[in-house]
Structure formats: C-alpha cells, structure tokens
Design a protein around this ligand. Sequence first.
Ligand code: PGA
Length: 297
Amino acid sequence: MIHFTLRQVFVFDAVAKHLSYSRAAALLHLTQPAVSMQIRQLEENVGIELLEQLGKKIFLTEAGRAFHSHCQNILSELNDAEAILADIKGMYGKFSICVASTAAYVAPKLLAEFCRQHPKAQVSLSVTNREMLLQRLADNEADMAIMGRPPESGGLDAIPFMENQLVVIAPPEHPLIGIYPIPLSMLEQETFLVREQGSGTRIAMERFFLEHRMRLLTGTEMNTNEAIKQAVQFGMGLGVVSLHTISLELETGKLKTLDVEGFPIKRYWYIVHRKDKHLSSVARSFKSFLLEKTNQN
Ligand code: PGA
C-alpha cells in the first residue's frame, strides 16, 4: 500500500501545473526548499520519479503524468466535499468565479450587487480569456464562469443571462461616421485591430466576417480591450469590441460606433459550470441571482 499525504498532493499538483518549483512555492506560500522536500518525500513514498529535470526545465515523467491526473481528481473531490459539508452545516460558504476579460466589464457590478444582498458571501474573481477560462473549469479551479457562448461539448451547463453586443468602433473624426447604413464591403478598405487568438470577441468577429464572405485587413493583435480602444482612438485602425467595454469612451466622445450593416453582432453572456460540479449554496444563489437578471432584461 502506497502512503502519501494530502499536503504532498497539493504541492505536487502545483508543481505539475506550473512545471516550476518557485512558482509552486509562491502560490502555496512556501519556500522553494520546502516544496522540493515535499516532492522528494512523495517520490520516496510512491517509489518512482514523478518529475525530471532536463537543463533548467522540469518535466513530468510518465508516472508523474498518470499520478497528476489522479491528484486532480482527488482535489476536485475534496473541493466538492468541502462545498457539501458547508451546505450541511448551513454555512454560507465561498465560491470562485472566473470571467472572460470582456465580461470583467460587467461582472464586478453584478458581484457588488449580489454581495450587498449577501454580506457573508466570500467570492474570488479571476479574469482571463475564453481559452484559459475553459481550462480552469476543466481543471476544477473555478466553480463557475461568465463567458460568451461556450462549446457544446465538454460537459458544461451553460445558461445565457445577459445580452452582449459587439460593435465597430472608430476614432471620432473617422470619415465613415454619420453614414447610415455603412455597406459591409466598405470595411474591406479598413485595417482592423484584433484581439488575441483564444478571445471570444475575436472568434465571433472572425465568424461574422467569414459568414459574410469578407476578407478583412487585420493589423496589430492586442490582448486587452483597453489596448484596442486606445489604439483605435489614436488612429491605428478600427476595432470590434463589446458595447460593455466602451460606455465611458462613448460618454466622453473619445470613440464612436459605426452603423455598419449587420452590426451589432448579438451575443450573450452565459453563466457556466461543469455539469458534475456540486455548487455550494452561495454559488447556487449567485447563479439564481444572475438568472433573475435575464427576466429583467
Ligand atoms: P473575450 O470575451 O473576448 O474577452 O474572451 C469573451 C467572449 O466574448 O466570449
């Protein structure tokens, strides 16, 4: 019978995920030697090497990969057990939510309203793009997510709760402003600044232009909405962004939207979690809170 401790599982999971002792140490608030020692003891306990160092890089061995996948199951079960026990004890526990970078323009307001109604709720919010977010759900690192349309496969429960319109933005002096409607074909002469690969906005924009058989001239790729908005303001090109991201710029007149045929692209924000996830009562309340919003829209 192999013996290892839960602490070793936590440490190994962190090292295996980041393939770095120092990053794992920082995340777990431990020193690097403490992390190395836990891994050494774990390898002694299981009787096989789980990690190997080649040059400066760390890799999982075959045994390490197999063991890691079971560690993730163990941690996921623990997480669910914690949520179930908190429910039984009647505690109003905590939950973690991960939102797509564009959804970060709507999520804090919603959370603030929810936390005002539920002062004991402890929420942790992280922001990343669509691709990383799906990974975090798959790894059970976030209880729920707010994102654009999630993939059909992947065992996810996803419900739309709020509209998300994508618009074409331009600097205030752009010659197409005031034309209504702007034929789509006129955009072929424009340069578009685009979000990074993996962004939901980028996928929706590319799909839209492909469906309309349009070839776009794409300029610089940028990984935040803020960078796109700034670059558009300074005349580097046009952009396609969510209306949620530009309320301030529209108010101050720093950006304008163009009345292009077929726009706005209508999308929705979805509340998403794994189908097999046991949501704590506070997480379930947050989900219901968002779904009530749907009825108000
Ligand atoms: P993103 O937004 O472009 O910030 O990933 C998510 C989405 O619109 O699906």
